[in-house]
Design a protein around this ligand. Structure first.
Ligand code: PRP
Length: 205
């Protein structure tokens, strides 16, 4: 009997879309649609077991082999640089990482730039590339508040529709990198479940 593939899906809107894709290629698991708070679902016939995981934790489950594969935003891969294989761009959850601030912001390049972000690594790498001195203020959400309240000069954050920025009288000033959902695999699982994982990957394409 073939081994089950353990799949970590990001909880939330992106995860639902991702699951639809898996279902469409024949890896459905009907019980996942039930309205309850269960976190694990399996379909023995298709050989898949799904876990709902906090989006920023998917790569931890996959890196450590608790999940064989998973779906995670490129933002998380760039921020945490997990030791996993990135197999496929699913073209879902498309957005971008950008520098943004209040519409009237003007940069004084002589001064250290105060940058509020959930992504200190991405921000540090970006400004290092530009040779710009920065002071990182790590926040966990509602990042847009920081420049409004004078906590930072700019933010480095995800922009999807741009509505959060517009509604707060802010705008993007520089794009850093495009982001979308990626299929990732544990390195050992990829070797030992190569056929199953590549078959799934091919169908997802
Ligand atoms: C993300 C991001 C922005 C917003 C961008 O926040 O941090 O605030 O979405 O989307 P938009 O361009 O479509 O408005 P999230 O909803 O994840 O909440 P958070 O404040 O907890 O980070």
């Amino acid at each position: 009997m073939k081994k089950m593939i353990n799949i970590a899906l990001p909880k939330g809107r992106l995860g639902e879309k991702v699951y639809d894709r898996f279902e469409a290629i024949g890896y459905g698991c009907p019980s996942i649609r039930e309205q309850n708070r269960k976190l694990i679902f399996e379909n023995e016939e298709c050989g898949v077991r799904y876990f709902w995981v906090k989006p920023s934790d998917v790569s931890i489950y996959v890196e450590r082999g608790a999940a064989d594969i998973g779906v995670v935003g490129k933002d998380i891969l760039l921020e945490y640089e997990p030791d996993v294989y990135e197999l496929l761009d699913l073209g879902l959850g498309v957005c971008r990482m950008a520098v943004a601030s209040c519409c009237d912001f003007s940069d004084d390049t002589e001064r250290t730039l105060r940058v509020a972000t959930k992504f200190p690594n991405i921000a540090r790498n970006y400004y290092r590339g530009k040779g710009r001195e920065i002071d990182i203020i790590k926040l966990n959400g509602s990042i847009e508040l920081a420049p409004i309240l004078g906590l930072s000069d700019v933010i480095v954050d995800i922009v999807e529709t741009g509505k959060t920025l517009r509604d707060n009288n802010m705008k993007p000033f520089e794009d850093i990198v495009p982001i979308s959902a990626r299929l990732i695999a544990n390195k050992v699982s990829y070797k030992f479940q190569y056929e199953q994982i590549t078959e799934l990957c091919e169908k997802l394409k």
